[in-house]
Design a protein around this ligand. Structure first.
Ligand SMILES: *Cc1c(COP(=O)(O)O)cnc(C)c1O
Length: 402
């Protein structure tokens, strides 16, 4: 292929995505995250962020960020292992370890990097990785690049997991079970007790990525892996992210001393990247403290979730088995999901349409997320708009697709 023809090929593929209603475009926000966001000069009620506790634009966190910049400047200048690691990072790691009840925690630049980096560092040729079918892309990617033998198990199906582990029972190499804590596109939770028991039975480690559970579930928002119930033998590797409920950015891996030291020595996504800005660590210390202390945010969220689910029961959409702030409405066809999302936007509501390959073929959905920043009448407005658009937009979208 000639050099220029390569671009024609890209353009053809992009056109194919457009025709399949799979083309993705970014929206440009003109202000901070919150219950309302401004897009194209228009305020929209925001039902698609992961800012579950409403802390992404909290003035106290912003003030801590400013103080962090005054103390540390903006850039960290180098990777943690060269000269980018500061007391601010040390302090945040200690506070995070204490929060999740593990001996150590290690900061990463993002959840994506943490998941790739930890799975890849722990496994190699001859090892086994067992992943829930609906795991986040970063967990799957970490499994693929590790060169371990990769096995899926059916979503939340620990009997299927046990069958896969049985097939690998003779192997003396390492086995790692990997699961989201709360699943990002369905909002349901892993069966943690069963995962832990299965892991113990077959001598496998368990990794839980609780990106959507931390801050939201459990005592003080500790997430689905309550340290009072699950030791580091039960859940060897715990991953949390800081860009969702905690409203800043970055991620961490928590566990035993030997785990964290292994990652420092071997995790490429930790070693070969610039340390997160120290000011971000300072801001996160502030947001973590607020997230732990302000129980009303979790209570408000629980009330809003209950209100939404009660109201949505009378809509034509079926609810998923979710008690989390993620409340997806599966509509099936990507074109229909897009049409509904556009119709909701005309009603002043911002709700993302999630399509394959993010979710399985035939399960395109509206992914509604609630946050502690919402008010009860916001949820009522959402329910009214959903009732209207499901009457109006659905037949048109359906017939347009023949
Ligand atoms: C969002 C998410 C990640 C990625 O975290 P980032 O910090 O946004 O890179 C990882 N795992 C799960 C389950 C997520 O939902």
């Amino acid at each position: 292929m000639r050099h220029e023809e390569g671009f024609d090929d890209l353009t053809r593929r992009l056109d194919a995505l457009r025709r399949a209603d799979m083309y993705r475009v970014r929206r440009t926000l003109e202000g901070p995250q919150g219950r309302e966001v401004v897009v194209d000069g228009r305020a929209l009620l925001n039902f698609c962020s992961n800012d579950y506790l409403g802390l992404a634009a909290d003035p106290r966190v912003a003030e801590a960020f400013r103080a962090g910049v005054a103390q540390w400047g903006t850039g960290s200048g180098a990777s943690h292992l060269v000269c980018g690691h500061t007391r601010a990072h040390e302090e945040l790691e200690a506070v995070l370890a204490d929060f999740v009840g593990r001996p150590r925690a290690l900061l990463y630049g993002s959840g994506y990097a943490a998941n790739m980096g930890v799975v890849n560092a722990l496994l190699s040729v001859g090892d086994f990785v067992f992943e829930d079918r609906l795991n986040h892309a970063s967990l799957l990617d970490g499994g693929w690049i590790s060169r371990a033998r990769f096995a899926w198990f059916e979503h939340r199906d620990t009997e299927d997991l046990a069958r896969q582990l049985e097939a690998a029972a003779g192997a003396t190499t390492r086995k790692l079970i990997v699961s989201d804590g709360t699943f990002s596109m369905d909002g349901d939770r892993c069966r943690l007790d069963d995962l832990v028991a299965t892991g113990r039975r077959y001598g496998a480690w368990t990794l839980i990525d609780d990106a959507h559970g931390m801050g939201v579930h459990g005592p003080d928002g500790v997430g689905v892996v309550d340290p009072a119930r699950y030791t580091t033998t039960d859940v060897a590797v715990l991953v949390g992210t800081l860009g969702k409920a905690f409203g800043t950015g970055g991620a961490f891996v928590a566990g035993e001393e030997a785990l964290v030291e292994t990652l420092i020595q071997r995790s490429r996504n930790y070693i070969f990247t610039t340390a997160m800005p120290s000011a971000l660590a300072v801001a996160t210390l502030a947001s973590l403290e607020i997230a732990r202390a302000e129980e009303w945010r979790r209570e408000r969220l629980a009330d809003l979730i209950a209100r939404f689910r009660a109201g949505a029961a009378s809509l034509e959409f079926s609810l998923m088995d979710s008690t989390s702030p993620i409340q997806p409405l599966v509509v099936g066809d990507p074109g229909r999901a897009m049409a509904l999302s556009a119709a909701l936007e005309r009603h002043g509501l911002l709700i993302g349409a999630i399509r394959p390959p993010t979710v399985a073929e035939g399960t395109a959905r509206l992914r509604i997320t609630l946050t502690a920043a919402h008010r009860t009448d916001d949820v009522d407005r959402l329910l009214e708009a959903l009732a209207v658009v499901s009457r109006d937009a659905t037949p048109k979208a359906a017939s347009a697709r023949g």
